[in-house]
Design a protein around this ligand. Structure first.
Ligand code: ADP
Ligand code: ZN
Length: 527
């Protein structure tokens, strides 16, 4: 039943048309495919939907022999195999759901050279028995999908991915292509090192989604503003992400009461209900889906006009992935985040619960910190996002985010900055932002008294601005490099060369005028 024969050594264009029915490549595909065909190791970073599969499927057909694809998700493997077979490409998967007899048959046809593309799990890929099967087969290419799973810096670390290094050790002459949609620079380097890729060709596609508009809005009493927005977008389909299952149901109900067509979606709903709600949304029978992050995997609805977050996502990878479900059709779409500093507490709770390994915990805190920095940046949001993903964005302003729409006003904040730096120095560079601001605003906290910091000249010198405004200034100074935050779980503020230059009066500090909105508040700290 492994139908079809596919002639090896067809040209890439012939294969593209004959087996995939496309007449041209998507951006980046051809360069990647050329590098693979030239026998190089390749790291390919491409946004979701960018067409990664073709980058190894097409070379597999041109090479002939056997291509092994390592993939972490059995369900997705099966879909891929089915669609390849439907195109007349002999593909198969070996996984634990197969019976013994079925596995033996597949092994035999592999050795007979009748399978072109074989999907396996990472656990299977490193089994000695499987490796010796590959040694006897005509192995031409290894593709490692979702390669970010190899890195603790990725958003889905899987220790078993680390063992995939054995593939390069056992088959040094076989090129490896590693693919992922989410790679901050630290992840990219990790992939190359961990898989022992040899002088790999790196292709980093653009992550810029030009048609998406990014906004961050204060979360306090957000419901009426949400309703107002939805009234203006009556005919648009959209996703509203909530943190908890309960919140999705409550929000859907509240929106229904306001007359909107909304349904909840989360992993706790019975399978049939969940499937029904998803279908209704995709068909357009319901306009708004209130969902947990469980919603969206593998869903392709091109005309999602807005993605709204009522709670803070835990990192920018998640946020980018979730907002990426808007505007797949290329038409304008909104990404709105209701932001409150209080949500950081929930994230901290999750991180503490989820990770035991201190290194992983620290990474998770750093990422959560970047998520907050995104919310609080006074600069262009798009530039912030793209910079985070390691992509150079040459413009200072994108014109497609709230910060570019209404740029913040800047004033000469040198005096404010000097006060903050003096305070940090005065307390010995041993405390976080909220402690610093407590000292400045004359807090009566016992801790400050015990430390004797209520006797410093800067104590209570910060009248004229509110606590939130001071926090905002501190945050901005960190972002602009006038002071340094050690980051991690208990961030501490310390001075750097620029801080010292400010103290000497050598460096002016432009800061953002506190707005009438009362300024978006800062992160809570662990003290
Ligand atoms: P990714 O794995 O990067 O998310 P896929 O490989 O699933 O992306 O491809 C995304 C979509 O693009 C699929 O529907 C696929 O059929 C389509 N696609 C891939 N390559 C091409 C091409 N050269 N021309 C047109 N469509 C393509
Ligand atoms: Zn912008």
């Amino acid at each position: 039943y492994y139908i079809g024969f596919c002639g090896a050594m067809d040209s890439k264009y012939a294969v593209l048309e004959k087996y995939f029915g496309y007449t041209s490549f998507l951006p980046g595909q051809e360069e990647i495919i050329d590098a693979v065909l030239a026998g190089r190791d390749v790291l390919a970073v491409m946004a979701t939907g960018g067409g990664k599969s073709l980058c190894y499927q097409l070379p597999a057909l041109v090479f002939g022999g056997l291509t092994v694809v390592v993939s972490p998700l059995i369900a997705l493997m099966k879909d891929q195999v089915d669609s390849l077979r439907a195109n007349g490409i002999p593909a198969a998967t070996i996984n634990s759901s197969l019976g013994y007899g079925e596995q033996r048959i597949i092994e035999r046809v592999i050795l007979e050279g009748r399978i072109r593309i074989l999907y396996v799990s990472p656990e299977r890929a490193v089994q000695p028995f499987f490796l010796s099967l590959l040694a006897k087969a005509d192995l031409r290419l290894v593709a490692i999908d979702e390669a970010h799973c190899i890195s603790m810096w990725g958003h889905n670390f899987r220790p078993e991915y680390r063992r995939l290094r054995v593939l390069k050790e056992r088959f040094p002459a076989v090129p490896i292509i590693a693919l992922t949609a989410t790679a901050i620079p630290a992840v990219q380097n990790d992939i190359v090192v961990q898989l022992a890729l040899k002088n790999p060709a790196r292709f980093i596609g653009s992550f810029n989604r030009k048609n998406l508009m990014y906004r961050v809005v204060p979360k306090a009493r957000y419901f009426p503003r949400l309703v107002a927005y939805l009234h203006e977008h009556q005919n648009d389909a959209g996703i509203i992400y909530c943190f908890s299952q309960k919140a999705t149901e409550e929000l859907a109900e509240k929106l229904q009461k306001e007359g909107f067509s909304a349904l909840p979606y989360h992993a706790g709903l019975p399978d049939d209900v969940r499937a029904e709600h998803q279908e209704a949304f995709i068909r357009g029978d319901v306009m708004i889906i209130c969902a947990t992050v469980a919603f969206g995997m593998g869903i392709n609805k091109p005309d999602v006009r807005f993605v709204i977050h009522t709670d803070l996502p835990r990192d920018l990878e998640s946020y980018y992935q979730e907002t990426g479900r808007a505007g797949r059709d290329g038409e304008a779409a909104d990404c709105i985040l209701f932001y409150s500093r209080g949500d950081y507490g929930t994230i901290r709770y999750l991180i503490e619960k989820e990770y035991n390994d201190p290194a992983q915990k620290d990474i998770a805190y750093r990422k959560a910190g970047m998520m907050l920095d995104y919310c609080e940046t006074t600069g262009c949001r798009r530039k912030f996002l793209l910079t985070y993903f390691g992509e150079a964005y040459p413009e200072e302003r994108c014109g497609g985010c709230d910060r570019c729409e209404t740029p913040v006003k800047v004033f000469d904040g040198t005096e404010v900055a000097t006060t903050i730096i003096t305070c940090i120095r005065g307390i010995g560079e041993r405390f976080g932002a909220s402690y610093v601001v407590d000292v400045l605003t004359g807090s009566k906290s016992a801790r400050i008294r015990e430390n004797g910091h209520d006797t410093l000249p800067v104590y209570n010198s910060g009248r004229g601005y509110t606590r939130d405004q001071w926090l905002r200034f501190v945050q901005e100074m960190v972002q602009k490099g006038f002071i340094t935050s050690t980051g991690g779980r208990y961030p501490v503020l310390v001075l750097n060369d620029r801080s010292r230059a400010v103290l000497k009066g050598e460096l002016p500090v432009p800061l953002t005028e506190p707005g009438p909105e009362g300024v978006i508040a800062l992160r809570a700290e662990a003290d």
